[in-house]
Design a protein around this ligand. Structure first.
Ligand SMILES: [Zn+2]
Ligand SMILES: [Zn+2]
Length: 560
């Protein structure tokens, strides 16, 4: 064993002790020893207890720990601490800028147990509520996590959307008259982006190359035949393909769909793909209706394109209201009134559904029964005041471990609608998670199933569920499934939208806004919904105010 891993183990031990607030002198001596061991000019492996004790900065008790490490491969004291620390909490201590002291606060005060949740909390502005955290620290932590997430070359769509559009603006400035478009994952509106692909109808790749080499947006620019590759400032790979104008639509088609989609379309062609004048002709020759780029994943929609039954995909303008949002009553930043006015005046929506956290979500200031009743009074008052706009009384009720909701029936029945979500004890096997959700779905008070898997893209996989069983249960109980529009969630995954729609299950595009700007996430929810093939007739919050009021009334009526 070299010195480095020994030093690392000692450092982890001292961090764990700090996290669990063990005697500060002990922590300090172990941290010092870790530092010393790292710097020693000779290896300590194989040294005896007596020899180790004599090494400056080690001492008796630490020497025995090192010997234990040599002999057993671990240190009991460390194992004991690890046993009471979630793995995600240990991982958080490795993030630049937060030591054990900060992690202890994040974990204990905010109930955050892994990096994904921490990133989510930074984006929701929740970190500043904890002792010793300011806006600046929050921003540093957010950046450090973003850097880590990006280190494997994957990015959230929302993280790269602006940079991609800036790059396109540069391309437009270089070739104002050429045909050009995004292709690949970005054009397909994928939730995760690993590369930006742009196709340009020009053979002047030298011009593009020299102009883009000067660009402040693109780094490490390389020209390889007709491909210009590079990296955006955040590290995202870029591939710009310059092709003859006559080949432009063919190349755009070939570079847009997923491989199996492109293959499936090509196989249907009786003549080779020559120089089509647009993409429609390609699909037409394949006996298909033109397919929106976001539907060009696999073969799911090909059958529909063949029968000319592709859905008229939902657009942002179809949305008439926003359900599932938080206010200062729980962990939101804006008041109910501010949230309502933003929806009415900035977004021109007809209604707002308030869904603050329920009482079990202590770290999010979940509402006690008294506070629920007080909030209802405030909403009644606001509804009288707000002209032509309505606030629905909702709650994001925690789904408890046994699948029950978080209030007694006499309180649950006071809400216009209820979003039921899992927020705690996310470690479950598929059977447990599925049955927990189904119990909540079967509760007559549940209107919408919130973020069904709890995933945080690129950072937390979410609990495993049997999608078919969960969706079937929603169909049987007339429960709507949320498409949580937060770009980190996008949960229900678009890959399951078709199954839900086929079963007659409605979907709802919910921003889960914790501040007024959070409503803008509905944009990402719409993109995900379009990929899933959602159309406005099956989207709950595409209903007008009178229509949705009737749906809520009926649901309330069916409980009694
Ligand atoms: Zn939630
Ligand atoms: Zn929420």
């Amino acid at each position: 064993m070299e010195n480095k891993p020994i030093a690392r183990t000692l450092r982890l031990l001292s961090q764990l002790m700090e996290l669990h607030e063990v005697n500060p002198f002990k922590i300090k001596s172990i941290a010092n020893a870790a530092f010393k061991v790292d710097k020693l000019p000779f290896p300590i492996a194989g040294k005896t207890l007596e020899q180790l004790e004599k090494v400056d900065g080690i001492g008796k008790s630490i020497a025995s720990k090192i010997v234990e490490l040599f002999e057993t491969g671990t240190i009991t004291e460390m194992d004991d601490l690890l046993a009471t620390t979630p793995a995600g909490v240990v991982e958080m201590m490795g993030i630049k800028g937060i030591g054990p002291k900060k992690v202890a606060i994040i974990w204990r005060e905010l109930g955050i147990e892994n990096t994904g949740e921490l990133f989510y909390a930074c984006n929701e502005n929740r970190l500043i509520e904890a002792k010793g955290f300011g806006l600046k620290t929050q921003e540093e932590i957010r950046k450090a996590i973003e850097f880590r997430m990006a280190s494997n070359g994957k990015f959230l769509f929302a993280q790269v959307e602006k940079e991609a559009n800036d790059l396109m603006d540069e391309v437009k400035a270089i070739f104002p008259d050429a045909l050009k478009h995004f292709a690949g994952e970005f054009r397909r509106l994928n939730e995760i982006i690993t590369e930006i692909v742009i196709v340009i109808g020009t053979i002047n790749h030298d011009v593009a190359y020299s102009a883009l080499s000067q660009s402040h947006i693109l780094n490490n620019v390389v020209l390889n035949q007709n491909h210009i590759s590079g990296e955006l400032n955040n590290g995202l790979l870029v591939d710009i393909i310059c092709v003859d104008k006559a080949d432009y639509f063919k190349e755009l088609f070939l570079n847009t769909g997923s491989d199996d989609h492109v293959q499936a379309v090509l196989e249907r062609l009786s003549t080779p793909l020559e120089q089509p004048e647009n993409e429609e002709i390609i699909y037409q020759k394949a006996g298909l209706a033109w397919m929106q780029p976001e539907l060009r994943e696999g073969t799911t929609f090909i059958e529909k394109a063949e029968k000319n039954e592709l859905p008229a995909l939902i657009i942002t303008h179809d949305l008439k209201g926003s359900l599932h949002n938080h206010s200062t009553w729980s962990d939101g930043v804006n008041t109910v009134e501010e949230m309502a006015l933003y929806c009415r005046d900035n977004l021109k929506l007809e209604y707002l559904g308030m869904c603050d956290h329920s009482k079990s979500a202590f770290y999010a200031k979940g509402l006690s029964i008294d506070r629920v009743l007080q909030q209802h009074e405030e909403i009644n008052h606001l509804n009288k005041k707000l002209d032509g706009f309505h606030i629905f009384k909702g709650i994001e009720s925690d789904i408890l471990y046994d699948g029950s909701l978080d209030y007694p029936d006499e309180i649950l029945q006071k809400f216009d609608f209820i979003v039921a979500s899992v927020h705690s004890i996310l470690k479950m096997d598929e059977e447990k998670a599925t049955s927990r959700l189904i119990t909540a779905i079967e509760n007559p008070y549940t209107t919408i199933l919130g973020h069904p898997t709890g995933r945080l893209l690129l950072s937390r996989s979410g609990y495993p569920i049997n999608y078919k069983k969960v969706i079937d249960a929603c169909a049987a109980n007339s429960v709507v499934i949320e498409i949580n529009a937060n770009p980190l969630r996008l949960d229900l995954d678009w890959r399951w939208h078709q199954y839900a729609l086929e079963k007659g299950v409605w979907l709802s595009i919910n921003p889960d806004a914790h501040r007024v700007e959070g409503f803008l996430d509905m944009h990402y929810g719409v993109l995900a919904a379009r990929k899933g093939g959602l159309y406005k007739e099956m989207c709950l919050n595409a209903l007008s105010l009178p229509e949705i009021a009737k749906v809520f009334e009926k649901k309330v009526g069916s409980r009694v």
